[in-house]
Design a protein around this ligand. Structure first.
Ligand code: DAH
Length: 340
């Protein structure tokens, strides 16, 4: 091929190149060491020495022209390729983003809020309490004798630091409330929080559970005050139709002591599977504050009296929402948690 044809073919091939890869092939075939332009240049040795200079200059001109076209095309194609890449990798802000799911309040906290609201309406203050307690507050000040089985290792989580434990009952807050009351006047407080026992976990027992302690100290506080208060609480919590029942019981820190049952939601008191045929379900322990407990708190039992109660938070939630297994509260199953 002659110089003129090569120029035309090369410029056309460069112009027709659709991408960098085909352009590179064009470059090799025209401008490469074994390409057409090099082949033309090689003919120089067959020419008269007098013609060589002009010929060489002509072919060099061709090379420069083709190279120029090649470089220009290369820049164009590179720019196109970059634009294409940017287009493909572009973030389309109009796409819907990831959905951030909102959390749910745990039924444990829902119940605390509801119970707290009811007692706050009755003028009770809310105390925070503490999970780590001394043996004195958890047992001694509550009139629990030194040899009481509840103090033993299988029931209580003792800490390595001497005398400290994870409280087994929110009742531990009773003596704190009384001792902290600087004027030794009346007290109306509730204290919601976690409690811990070395129970084997089963559908109705968990090594960690919540309680809400109630303590009312004043003058001439009787069992009738306790009953009236709890009745009001139960009706607001579970509905007007529910009734309560006191059963006599024993706690070292109350005298007399009672366990309080609520009429069964399912059968209304007739007896069914849920209430095991009794018509009632136990929800709390309560009683008149024992004189020894008042004394530990710095109150004179001849002047003051009071009542106390302890409600199981999960137990209330289970009755309220019809939950069958206490372990669900601590398994973090979102399907369970979002159902409230
Ligand atoms: N502390 C008791 C328990 O954990 C519950 C209880 C019973 C609390 C009677 C009280 C009470 O304040 O008066 O089983």
């Amino acid at each position: 091929m002659e110089e003129k044809e090569i120029r035309e073919a090369a410029l056309k091939a460069i112009g027709d190149s659709k991408d960098l890869k085909s352009l590179e092939e064009v470059r090799i075939s025209y401008l490469g060491k074994k390409g057409s332009v090099a082949a033309l240049m090689a003919r120089i040795k067959d020419l008269d020495p007098a013609e060589r200079g002009a010929y060489g200059a002509k072919i060099n001109g061709l090379r420069n022209e083709v190279e120029g076209a090649y470089n220009q095309k290369k820049t164009e194609l590179e720019k196109e390729a970059l634009e294409q890449k940017l287009k493909e990798e572009a973030i389309d802000l109009s796409l819907p983003g990831y959905e951030f799911r909102q959390g749910y309040r745990h039924p444990y906290h829902l119940i605390i809020d509801e119970v707290t609201a009811i007692f706050a309406d009755l003028g009770f203050e809310v105390k925070e309490g503490r999970d780590v307690e001394t043996e004195d507050y958890n047992f001694t000040y509550l009139n629990v004798p030194k040899d009481h089985p509840a103090r033993e290792m299988q029931d209580t989580f003792y800490l390595e630091q001497g005398g400290l434990l994870l409280r087994t009952q929110t009742s531990a807050e009773q003596a704190h409330a009384m001792q902290e009351k600087f004027d030794k006047g009346p007290i109306k407080m509730i204290c919601p929080g976690k409690t811990y026992r070395r129970d084997d976990d089963d559908p109705t027992h968990s090594h960690q559970f919540g309680q809400i302690e109630g303590l009312l100290i004043g003058k001439d506080i009787s069992m009738a005050d306790l009953k009236g208060t709890l009745e009001l609480f139960v009706k607001r919590m579970f509905g007007e139709k529910r009734s309560i029942r006191f059963r006599s019981s024993y706690f070292p820190f109350t005298e007399p002591s009672v366990e309080v049952d609520v009429s069964c939601a399912k059968c209304g008191g007739k007896g069914c599977q849920m209430c095991k045929g009794t018509g009632y379900i136990e929800i709390l322990g309560a009683g008149e504050v024992h004189p020894a407990v008042l004394r530990h708190g710095g109150y004179d039992p001849d002047v003051y009296s009071g009542f106390a109660f302890g409600v199981g938070i999960e137990r209330v939630a289970m009755l309220r929402y019809g939950i069958d297994d206490i372990r669900r509260f601590y398994q973090n199953d979102v399907r369970f948690l979002k159902s409230f």
